[in-house]
Design a protein around this ligand. Structure first.
Ligand code: AQP
Length: 332
């Protein structure tokens, strides 16, 4: 089993990234061959200030290591160091159909009303994503509900390429669908997901936040005046309450039902301090390791360089195979 997954270094990874993705990667690295990458070529589909992007690439790498990604087990790298991602994406752009991309709902959401003003890169982003996984012959890709459509597209592109050119080059990746309870919402709005690009820093808990900031963000999180119910159904029309209980459950490794049994009848005056304590205790060792790593930026660069060398050698045979299948001369 070979797993490929990535995170956009567009800001500091947050608790949603940790509970929804990073924590799972740290577990999977012991069972499968994992390639974890910083999706910096995806990050530039919208404008990012270059100096800030360079800094967040390093910081995101340090965060992944601080969370427990072991660079001796998983291959940790950034896309931009491996030209094969962009090269294969171009080749696959010529296989993907405009009609397929027109159906991608995420482009419609991300471009919003300004579709004509969106970058071509944002439109073609799912093809680069297909290249990211097909390049490594990934057998499995962890995806949330929102990414299922993109993985389907990667499978369609792989099938069409293999069929059109009569080759058996690309492995069709299977989705690894995560626990939907691990979708963490904004602390300010229970209907929006916790996101790096939310303009309000109070909406998310960044993994680099210090303990006081974490506690303050939880204290100020939007809630309602009702006490907690004794069943999960009782949270149905209370998205903010549901989110905080979900975060507690995910951090404690318990189910929501179990958490509600402990806190039923209590208000947020009691629940929030308990949640703050659990969050601070979970993040404390991550933050300490992160601070230590950030004091040695050259070590982070060395890890990314080493990961990129390993990833590039896995990518090359697939890229060579694609050039050959297409009848293109390949200087390598
Ligand atoms: N709120 C979330 N809850 C659970 N999982 C989440 N992920 C992101 N937000 C949540 C998961 O983290 C992984 C990496 O995500 P990403 O950085 O590639 O892109 P994203 O999903 O677009 O994350 P953000 O934080 O919302 O970034 P921006 O604001 O830049 O778009 C993915 O597995 C994702 O599902």
């Amino acid at each position: 089993m070979r797993v490929v997954s990535g995170i956009q270094p567009t800001g500091n990874p947050h608790l949603g990234n940790y509970l929804g993705a990073i924590k799972r990667w740290t577990e999977m690295q012991h069972e499968s061959e994992c390639l974890i990458f910083l999706a910096d070529l995806h990050a530039i589909t919208v404008y990012n200030e270059p100096a800030q992007l360079a800094a967040t690439i390093r910081e995101a790498a340090a965060t992944l290591i601080a969370c427990g990604i072991d660079p001796d087990k998983a291959i940790l790298f950034n896309q931009a160091r491996i030209p094969a991602h962009a090269e294969l994406a171009w080749l696959l752009n010529c296989t993907a159909r405009v009609g397929w991309l027109n159906r991608m709902t995420q482009f419609k959401e991300k471009s919003g009303k300004n579709r004509e003003g969106a970058s071509v890169g944002l439109y073609a982003y799912p093809v680069l994503q297909a290249a990211d996984v097909l390049l490594y012959q990934a057998t499995h890709v962890p995806v949330g509900e929102d990414q299922k459509q993109h993985l389907e597209l990667a499978r369609d592109i792989a099938t069409k390429f293999n069929t059109d050119y009569g080759v058996d080059l690309f492995t069709l990746p299977e989705p690894l669908i995560g626990d939907t309870a691990a979708r963490i919402m904004s602390l300010r709005d229970g209907s929006a997901k916790m996101s790096k690009s939310d303009p309000s820093d109070m909406s998310r808990i960044n993994l680099i936040d210090d303990s006081d900031t974490v506690a303050q963000k939880i204290r100020k999180a939007k809630t309602d005046p009702e006490p907690l119910p004794d069943t999960v159904d009782g949270l149905e029309a209370r998205p903010e309450a549901r989110n905080l209980v979900g975060i507690y459950a995910a951090l404690a490794g318990r189910d929501m039902k179990d958490v509600l049994q402990e806190f039923a009848g209590q208000g947020f005056g009691a629940f929030k301090p308990a949640l703050a304590e659990l969050t601070v205790e979970t993040l404390r060792p991550i933050k300490a390791r992160l601070d230590e790593l950030m004091a040695h930026p050259q070590e982070i660069d060395r890890i990314l360089e080493q990961g990129s060398t390993r990833a590039a050698s896995l990518a090359q045979p697939t890229l060579d195979g694609a050039y050959k299948a297409l009848g293109l001369p390949n200087k390598r």
